[in-house]
Design a binder for this molecule. Structure first.
Ligand SMILES: *Cc1c(COP(=O)(O)O)cnc(C)c1O
Length: 399
């Protein structure tokens, strides 16, 4: 068993310190439980929405290790059967026509932005390259996806950012209408703003934006990096709104723990990114695809999403009993809330000490438990959260 201080000191010495980390060292995990450096945890974070099937799911481990022993990497100069298998499964599960595979959420958004700009260029020529995104959004950490991200805190140091992005206000149709001038080729939305604090879009807003996009031939694109692959109780979060999307980006949960992103596009857009216009060395790597095949198969199995929705109701009902809890936001197993009088970061830090891995998003506590979490694990996690809140409230009274 590793000694936590040794682990921490070595990481901090040799890894660039761009992360603020919890005092947690992880060495192994199964389902929604993880262990490391002599401690055990219930995990309500899934490695930030990645471990949709939990840690080291049997089917996923088998799929990945068998593929690793068969063909590990072959580049996109050749055809790998498992890549086609995954693309077909994804298209069938989502109703899209075609997929581009990459390695992260930011990269998927870059791909979506490139697709939108090329679509518009092919049809209308230059001068229609602007993408409208929302205030308080999060789309990634590359220079371009930072430009797309609507949060001031991220717009520092790295100037100049990529041109061609305009911000509108979420759930304010007039604001988006005003932003959608003749130079706009696409609108990019998160169905639930994740990093922004777990804030869902409203039905009326989404319906109207979808209509405006049709009217002006702008692509309606959803960043489903956090909300995708069953997280909200539908395969993609935007499906809750009953609109048709032109393009969707996804990543996080897609690979079930391996780095993978994808851009999916509707019928009619598959030839926009033609040969030579977009590529990535590792994109659609066979091992990663094998893991994703298992994830997509399982999430699209009959009853899987019903089960996610049932667990979501269960966890939300029990959460509501926590002392001082505010509105419980989000959709499905993407859950955000505040606790009156307590700072989210402090709750998360003490919860972790008490054995519960939980996330924050701005002022909110955020939970993205594995979609396969059991009721027993939910109960144990909530008990730790409850205890943590009581401890913090107790301190408040004594202070
Ligand atoms: C996490 C996230 C990203 C960035 O994904 P990376 O894999 O970290 O590049 C983009 N958009 C949303 C909505 C996210 O939650």
């Amino acid at each position: 068993m590793a000694d936590f201080k040794t682990v921490k000191d070595r990481v901090n010495k040799y890894v660039i310190n761009s992360y603020s980390r919890f005092d947690v060292g992880l060495e192994s995990g199964k389902g929604a439980q993880a262990q490391g450096c002599g401690k055990s945890y219930i995990d309500f974070g899934s490695g930030i929405g990645v471990n949709a099937l939990g840690y080291c799911d049997d089917g996923w481990v088998k799929a990945v290790s068998e593929q690793a022993a068969k063909l590990s990497h072959c580049s996109n100069l050749y055809y790998a059967p498992v890549q086609g298998e995954l693309a077909e499964l994804l298209c069938n599960a989502s109703g899209f026509a075609s997929a581009f595979f990459c390695n992260s959420g930011a990269e998927a958004n870059e791909g979506a932005i490139k697709l939108a700009r090329k679509y518009s260029f092919d049809k209308y020529g230059k001068g229609r390259a602007t993408v409208v995104t929302l205030k308080n959004s999060f789309h990634g950490r590359t220079v371009t996806t930072l430009a797309a991200t609507g949060q001031e805190v991220f717009h520092n140091y790295f100037f100049p950012f990529t041109e061609g992005f305009k911000l509108a206000e979420a759930n304010n149709f007039e604001s988006i209408k005003a932003a959608c001038t003749d130079d706009v080729c696409a609108v990019l939305l998160e169905s639930v703003q994740g990093e922004g604090g777990v804030l869902p879009l409203e039905q009326d807003f989404v319906t109207k934006v979808a209509e405006l996009c049709r009217e002006k031939d702008m692509l309606l694109m959803f960043d489903e990096v956090q909300t995708g692959i069953g997280r909200t109780g539908k395969f993609f979060g935007y499906e809750h709104f009953g609109v048709k999307a032109d393009v969707v980006s996804c990543a996080k949960a897609l690979g079930g723990g391996l780095p993978m992103g994808a851009v999916l596009c509707r019928e009619g857009l598959q030839n926009v990114l033609n040969a030579g216009t977009h590529a990535t060395t590792f994109g659609g790597n066979p091992i990663v695809c094998a893991g994703a095949v298992e994830v997509v198969k399982r999430v699209s199995q009959n009853g899987f999403l019903d089960n996610v929705n049932e667990k979501a109701r269960y966890i939300r009902a029990h959460l509501s009993k926590i002392d001082g809890i505010g509105e419980i936001r989000g959709m499905g197993l993407m859950i955000g809330f505040e606790i009156e009088g307590l700072e989210a970061k402090k709750v998360a830090a003490l919860a972790v000490e008490n054995g519960l891995l939980i996330l924050t998003a701005k002022t909110a506590l955020r939970m993205l438990p594995p979609l396969t979490i059991t009721k027993d694990e939910i109960d144990r996690g909530l008990a730790i959260l409850n205890k943590t809140v009581k401890e913090l409230k107790g301190k408040g009274v004594n202070a």
